[in-house]
Design a protein around this ligand. Structure first.
Ligand code: THU
Length: 125
């Protein structure tokens, strides 16, 4: 990926609050407006209260009036790939259009695919 983007992801990885898992995740969400929102995972001593990086970025963007999204990059400076969890996929599916792209990367590999490939059947009302 672009070096500037990778540098930004690495910088934000320092903001991940993950004292329990020691697993840092950063999400970079590209909006239709052209703005970009960052999110990190924020853990809690009551483990289930933890918020993933993807939803941190999504909720921040929506809170700022964004409704259209072009793609998301999810990065972890780790050997483990930060594939988005089911809860984040469902949250993203609320806003993901047909062209919404997902890139998952660590320091070894990077994969990109359409959101539909990650989450073919989302729940919608
Ligand atoms: N996590 C994320 O933030 N996003 C992912 O894509 C996978 C998992 C976080 C949640 C928790 O803080 C840590 O990674 C370990 O599960």
């Amino acid at each position: 990926m672009d070096k500037k983007i990778l540098d930004t992801l690495k910088t934000y990885a320092k903001n991940s609050y993950s004292p329990y898992s020691k697993y840092k995740v950063v999400a970079m969400l590209f909006c239709g407006s052209g703005d970009v929102y960052m999110g990190v995972n924020v853990e809690n001593a009551s483990y289930s209260v933890t918020m993933c990086a993807e939803r941190s970025a999504l909720f921040s963007a929506v809170s700022n009036g964004e409704r259209k999204f072009e793609g998301i990059i999810i990065y972890s400076p780790s050997k483990v790939m930060p594939y988005p969890c089911g809860a984040c996929l469902q949250a993203l599916s609320e806003f993901a259009g047909r062209d919404f792209m997902v890139t998952v990367a660590n320091d070894r590999e990077e994969i990109s695919a359409n959101f539909k490939e990650f989450f073919p059947r989302s729940f919608k009302l």
